[in-house]
Ligand binder design. Structure first.
Ligand SMILES: [Ca+2]
Length: 496
């Protein structure tokens, strides 16, 4: 612990009051504190992530009021200069919010040129396309170009020749941009070739909410919105309108993913507030219990018509007390959602608390358990409670769906894709999940019957938080890195 405190500038009287991580994750380094613990008089936090620039092994990343970010070598104690977080390409029209805008960022360690990465039985060429600020999601256009969202509120076009159009696409609604909010998902209408509808999800500031109200870590309160506009194929969305505004106000985390189903309906995930309201947590608005509240959209999977209305055959359409848009309940914070291209089933990945990240196959009317049950624990290390962990000690309960697969310790999943291409010969039908805290591309091996058989961590050597995973029309994998100076990565096989 003294190592941490002595590394802080003398101007700050930070005192370390963090706790040891009982999961053992941080015990690699004696004295390390629980991930994400804030202590002292500033917002300093320690996260177990990153690589030492010298030995290329594990480093702790520290955020601090006057330091921005520094790495501490865990393995050999290598010393190197603290690197300030660059504030490149700042968004002129969308205010940032203190340390919140930099959560998870740090020195840009991604090389500018293509890298050959050796994985077990596979050589991969990873080609970066830089110049994106906090990219969040991407969608392929019919001509092979891509639309990429940037969390601060911009929609960008990447041409089919893998170059970034320098001019953002105009017409995106004004978003509430903070650590975990902003412009999020993008999807094309199934009839895009005729109607040119592009769907977006974003965070909207609550009426009356001002910058003075913002929470130190998460920013001002907002709610998730579904919008659409017609893309002119160049630099403008027209006829932009909000189709659906969720009743899910939170000053905490709330991601919103969308996917069009085989039934032509739009599925939309809404994150649950992470903490109890006004019980020592940081949420001023919203509660973790909203995920089980049928009169709240928070912590739900919604099913919508393409105009944002509720379909008449939704599972709770006639059930008193339920919002009619609800398709499934009890999700925590969905960061990846995709319709399986082979089976048509809706697959979803979500963050657990300390451990307990989940992959669920979402079915109508089911309850996925949060915050009652989880394979994770409270951040304190206790099995339950304190507003961060599950309420019940058992990871299963009657009427609650067990996850199809779960991760402990957490990889903090990003996007999700099912690979159906032929370029990666041995990966056909496998699931790919981005790893944020896990800083990897995670592969889930499936049996021919579609059951999970194994897992592989790919691209660990790049040390990048992977926010998004998509398969391109060329059969290659495309990733987005979660960084202030983020990148699109094209991954192609080179054989063994
Ligand atoms: Ca669950």
């Amino acid at each position: 612990m003294s190592f941490v405190t002595s590394s802080f500038p003398a101007a700050c009287r930070t005192r370390a009051v963090g706790r040891r991580d009982p999961s053992g994750i941080s015990n690699l380094w004696p004295g390390a504190v629980t991930q994400g613990t804030r202590f002292g008089v500033c917002s300093a936090r320690v996260k177990l992530r990153g690589r030492c620039p010298v030995c290329k092994i594990l480093a702790l990343r520290i955020y601090h009021c006057t330091l921005n970010a520094a790495l501490l070598c865990v393995t050999f104690g290598h010393a190197f200069a603290a690197a300030a977080v660059p504030q490149a390409i700042d968004a002129a029209d969308t205010p940032r919010h203190g340390v919140a805008g930099r959560v998870g960022s740090g020195p840009d360690t991604l090389p500018d040129t293509a890298q050959i990465v050796h994985e077990k039985g596979q050589r991969l060429r990873v080609t970066p396309l830089k110049g994106l600020e906090r990219p969040w999601a991407l969608a392929f256009l019919p001509d092979g170009a891509m639309l990429v969202t940037e969390r601060p509120g911009r929609l960008r076009r990447v041409h089919a020749n893998f170059t970034l159009d320098p001019e953002p696409i105009a017409g995106v609604p004004a978003v509430l941009a903070s650590a975990y909010k902003g412009l999020m998902d993008v999807a094309l209408h199934p009839g895009y070739a005729d109607n040119r509808w592009v769907y977006l999800t974003y965070s909207k500031r609550l009426p009356g909410e001002t910058d003075a109200d913002w929470d130190q870590l998460y920013g001002p309160a907002g709610t998730a919105v579904l919008a659409r506009g017609r893309y002119d194929g160049a630099h403008r969305l027209r006829d932009v309108e909000d189709l659906f505004v969720a009743d899910a106000a939170t000053s905490g985390v709330s991601a919103a993913r969308i996917a069009f189903g085989a039934d032509g309906k739009l599925y939309m995930s809404i994150g649950a507030p992470s903490y109890l309201q006004a019980e020592g947590g940081t949420n001023r608005v919203g509660s973790v219990h909203d995920a089980q509240d049928p009169a709240s959209h928070a912590g739900k999977i919604l099913r919508l018509n393409d105009d944002g209305s509720a379909p008449s055959d939704n599972p709770f359409i006639d059930v008193p007390g339920y919002h009619p848009e609800i398709y499934a309940l009890g999700v925590r914070n969905t960061t990846g959602m995709v319709v399986h291209p082979g089976t048509g089933a809706l697959w979803e990945v979500e963050h657990g608390p300390l451990g307990g990240d989940e992959l669920n196959i979402i079915e109508a009317g089911r309850n996925y358990g949060w915050p009652l049950v989880s394979y994770g624990r409270a951040y304190s290390g206790e099995q339950t409670g304190d507003g961060f962990g599950p309420i019940l000690a058992s990871p299963s309960a009657p009427g609650m769906e067990d996850p199809w697969l779960h991760w402990s310790p957490s990889i903090s999943p990003g996007g999700l894709a099912i690979y159906m291409g032929k370029r990666f010969r041995d990966w056909h039908g496998h699931a790919f999940v981005g790893g944020l805290r896990g800083a990897q591309l995670h592969r889930i091996t499936l049996t021919p019957e579609g059951l999970p058989r194994g897992r592989q961590s790919l691209l660990l050597s790049l040390g990048q938080r992977i926010r998004e995973v998509r398969e391109g029309p060329d059969g290659l994998l495309y990733l987005l890195t979660d960084h202030d100076r983020g990148a699109l990565l094209r991954v192609e096989p080179l054989g063994e």
